[in-house]
Design a protein around this ligand. Structure first.
Ligand SMILES: NCc1[nH]cc(CCC(=O)O)c1CC(=O)O
Ligand SMILES: [Zn+2]
Ligand SMILES: [Zn+2]
Length: 337
């Protein structure tokens, strides 16, 4: 007999999660170490270990410092990295020649990591902006400075194959040129990498204000103009859905949304458009900087906030999370929450 002061059975909710274990069981999925991919900046100054001011705790790494940096992370359970090149000495030009120069930091780093950490998955970001003298993500038409999509796509495929040859098990085009996924996938197959190199597409990459610290870190601020002609407008839900569907059709193995927190609706819709693909999200440089800034201002505790964001990614459907918090999560996941 229930007294009138008791809650009816149909209204009982919080009665079921009074214990930490019972609260934890409310989640469909929890963050695990294998979901984390760590973005790393590699420079062509071999001994570099240079703090990036706007990305607290992150550095540009030279080749000679890489093993010492990665070894403890691998020991803690790091499973994958994505490499970005920061050429300070290689000569940049209009076609982004240093992107696939045999001496480019990303190629040298890929070879080194594959040799020294055979269980680590190495992804290479594929784009030209870090390597062109004009700082745009593709090649430009000499007449008017607009993007030459055809030439850019060919170039992207060349660069992707060079990274696969160096040992990259994943290439991730972030340039946003039309048709690049099909061109890269075909080039990988034609060069014998069809079953040795995965293609993760930055499918829904928005023209965001949150890339600032990355551009400082990578030295990839465009000389003139901006990236609005090839990155998605923030309000373009339909275009984002079409871009995702197109990349599925063109043969992408993994689909990505970037940035993440302001675009969780797109991530969630991606699950509907592509119910059978792994879904990645990139918690970008500005998101990372923002979380640090808020914590420093006393708005919240860093670790709790970082977990709260990642839990939202998991709820929305992410299966792979690119984040600068990866080293922190490797520690935090070993602690009691
Ligand atoms: N194609 C360049 C590229 N690849 C990854 C990022 C952003 C990553 C970050 O902000 O952490 C960018 C920046 C941009 O498009 O300007
Ligand atoms: Zn780019
Ligand atoms: Zn990129």
């Amino acid at each position: 007999m229930s007294s009138s002061l008791e809650v009816p059975i149909s209204s009982t909710l919080q009665g079921g999660y009074f214990h930490p274990l019972l609260r934890s069981l409310q989640a469909e999925r929890h963050l695990t170490k294998d979901m984390l991919m760590y973005p790393i900046f590699i420079t062509d100054e071999p001994d570099a270990e240079v703090e990036i001011k706007s990305l607290p705790g992150q550095k540009r790494w030279g080749l000679n410092k890489l093993s010492g940096f990665l070894a403890p992370l691998v020991a803690k359970g790091l499973k994958s990295v994505i490499l970005f090149g920061v050429p300070l000495h290689l000569q940049k030009d209009a076609r982004g020649s240093p992107a696939d120069d045999p001496q480019t930091p990303v190629i040298l780093a890929t070879k080194l990591i594959r040799k020294e950490f055979p269980h680590l998955v190495v992804a290479c970001d594929v784009c030209l902006c870090e390597y062109t003298d004009h700082g745009h993500c593709g090649e430009l038409r000499s007449e008017d400075g607009t993007i030459d999509n055809g030439r850019s796509v060919k170039r992207m495929a060349e660069v992707a194959v060079a990274y696969a040859k160096a040992g990259a098990q994943m290439v991730a085009p972030s340039d946003m040129m039309d048709g690049r996924v099909r061109a890269i996938k075909q080039a990988l197959i034609d060069n014998g990498f069809g079953n040795r190199c995965n293609l993760m597409s930055y499918s829904a990459k928005f023209a965001s204000s949150l890339y600032g610290p990355f551009r400082e870190a990578a030295g990839s601020v465009p000389d003139f103009g901006n990236r609005k002609c090839y990155q998605l407008p923030p309000n373009a839900r339909g275009l984002a859905k079409r871009a995702i569907a197109r990349d599925v059709d063109e043969g992408a193995d993994i689909l990505m949304v970037k940035p993440t927190l302001p675009y969780l609706d797109i991530l969630s819709e991606m699950r509907t458009i592509a119910p059978n693909h792994p879904l990645a999200c990139y918690q970008v440089s500005g998101e990372y900087a923002m979380i640090h800034a808020g914590a420093n201002a006393g708005v919240y505790e860093l670790k709790a906030m970082a977990f709260e964001t990642v839990d939202s990614f998991l709820r929305a459907g992410a299966t792979l999370i690119l984040t600068y918090f990866t080293p922190d999560f490797l520690d935090w996941l070993d602690e009691d929450k």
